[in-house]
Ligand binder design. Sequence first.
Ligand code: AMP
Length: 262
Amino acid sequence: MPPRLNIVVPVKRVIDFAIKPRINASKNVIESNGVKFSLNPFCEIAVEEAVRLREKNKDVVESITALTVGNTKSQDVLRSALAIGADKAAFIDTATDDATPLSLEPLSVAKLIRSYVIKQGSNVVILGKQAIDDDANQTGQILAGLLGWSQATNASKVEIEPDFATVTVTREVDGGEEIVRASLPIVITTDLRLNVPRYAKLKDIMGAKKKKIEKFTPADLEVDVSPRLQVVSLQEPAKRVGGTKVDTVDQLIAKLKDAGAV
Ligand code: AMP
């Protein structure tokens, strides 16, 4: 009998997707006061997929652990993951400042996840393909490299084969789909169309509040999280200038010539 699936789902707390982040230019930081933070949408899809794998493959999934790296407030997203259906939660406290989330680099996060995954004896890690704050799209790939595991990124479908030791993943690529198959252990990252996460029931939200969260520091996991990159400047996109109307084609051509477009 192959080992059962011990799934870890790294989840990140980010500024809610519906909110336009504001930059405090004088301090070179993102304004975080009074701003709503939520579970990164791709991570929510990752938790949902882990829960669906358990629902579809009875007795094959041993455990689903949600893991977050951040500050005390990040534990909120662990409660969200528990409410969706994760059974355990772990928090690695890097005391990251909400205003400078970019100081926690994907390499550091991947090293922390790697240490935790080895400690936990996990054989499947499902991450979001991207955190919507740093848009790095790196953590899953770096993690697979550090662990020396197979990786299937941008998954739009995940199937456990009947041997329970092989996973088939459909990936969305330019112009179509690519289907890849690998043996466990594996790192998977989720694309937007993989699933539509369920709404957690009130009973599960209340139950999640009572669950114990395991806590670690980077020192416990023997990882140095000092940033290697320095944010030199942070700027909002340039304001869009409104268009103008012209009466004739000749005027249009003249304008385009002025603008150096023809
Ligand atoms: P990124 O590489 O930063 O775009 O993030 C990709 C994925 O890595 C996210 O969707 C999460 O699954 C995971 N991840 C990134 N940062 C964290 C974090 N601080 N805590 C837990 N998981 C994270």
